[in-house]
Design a protein around this ligand. Structure first.
Ligand code: ZN
Length: 321
């Protein structure tokens, strides 16, 4: 069974070192979705990052394969490579043009949010006043469905995520989000959101960030505990893994240019005061302990395999076409 890491972050810099991707490959991951930009990143930065990452992937065909279709993941695995796709966290880099979605798709972007923590002209963010999906947002959801891109509601406001899931004609995912019933944080999601996601046929991928898991130093068992909660609520066929590990590289400055204010995007009122600096993740190598950890919650080995990638393969097969 394919092991699918639904969200990982390298520095948003064209020269980002792919050594962390090598670690994921060594830990048995067959596909990883790498972030290429968020709402605070201007288009020149996003495009430079896509170009840089594509060049790094192309320069190492023995290790990396840029995935265009689902079959490419199996082909990458057969060749001993890790399949790589990109994800965009927010609609602002679409410049209010729904047709930009298909352009990103052609560059390898297979997963997209509409808002990153804050409201924009398309959607509502999870750390802002409640705002539904706007008329432009409805057009963007239709464009995401038409382009065969996974609609991702992590970082989205609660009301807006329900609007998106009602509007989407395809299964919707949360690529990295945890149950608020276990840890009370604005980035975590309600049982209503989890049920709505499952109702689309989608998958909720459990996040590995320490303060969304409610522990200081997360382990595979902490991730498994949150996965088990989602499985008990809506069924194991709707659970995935998106550890959201941020592989910072201190020598690469990826601060967005211009009048960027980190406290706007990660507000102190939501507990981000220094929290990002303190955030910890399970080690990459915990992928090798996940199956056993999931089975310790009562899942069978086959059910653990669904959580570790089988479910995302199913949904990507339905959405990517
Ligand atoms: Zn994120």
């Amino acid at each position: 069974m394919i092991h699918w890491e639904a969200h990982a972050c390298l520095p948003l810099h064209p020269q980002a070192d792919f050594a962390p991707i090598d670690r994921l490959r060594a830990a048995g991951v067959h596909y990883v979705s790498i972030n290429i930009g968020m709402d605070m990143n201007p288009l020149p930065q996003v495009m430079a990052v896509i170009a840089g990452f594509r060049a790094t992937i192309a320069a190492h065909p023995d290790k990396y394969r840029l995935v265009h279709r689902l079959q490419d993941i199996d082909a990458a695995r057969a060749a001993g490579c890790i399949g790589i796709g990109f994800d965009l966290e927010g609609a602002m880099p679409l410049l209010e043009q729904p047709e930009m979605v298909a352009l990103y798709k052609s560059l390898g972007v297979h997963q997209m949010h509409l808002a990153y923590n804050r409201n924009n002209s398309v959607a509502g963010g999870c750390h802002d006043t409640e705002q539904g999906l706007t008329p432009l947002g409805h057009q963007v959801v239709a464009a995401i469905n038409a382009a065969g891109v996974l609609m991702d509601c992590s970082h989205t406001g609660r009301k807006c995520s329900l609007d998106i899931m009602a509007a989407s004609g395809k299964p919707v995912i949360f690529s990295h989000a945890n149950p608020v019933a276990l840890v009370d944080h604005g980035r975590n999601i309600t049982d209503e959101q989890i049920k709505a996601c499952a109702g689309t046929g989608g998958v909720i991928c459990v996040n590995g960030v320490s303060f969304f898991l409610g522990v200081q130093q997360p382990t595979a068992d902490d991730v498994a505990r949150h996965a088990a909660y989602v499985a008990d609520l809506v069924g194991v066929q709707h659970v995935g893994i998106g550890l959201d590990i941020s592989f910072s590289q201190p020598d690469l400055d990826d601060t967005p240019p211009g009048d960027y204010d980190a406290t706007y995007w990660w507000p102190k009122s939501a507990g981000y005061d220094r929290a990002l600096v303190r955030s910890a993740y399970p080690p990459v190598e915990s992928w090798q302990q996940l199956s056993a950890a999931l089975q310790r919650t009562g899942m069978t080995a086959d059910e653990a395999s669904l959580v570790m990638g089988g479910n995302m393969m199913r949904v990507a097969g339905q959405v990517w076409g």
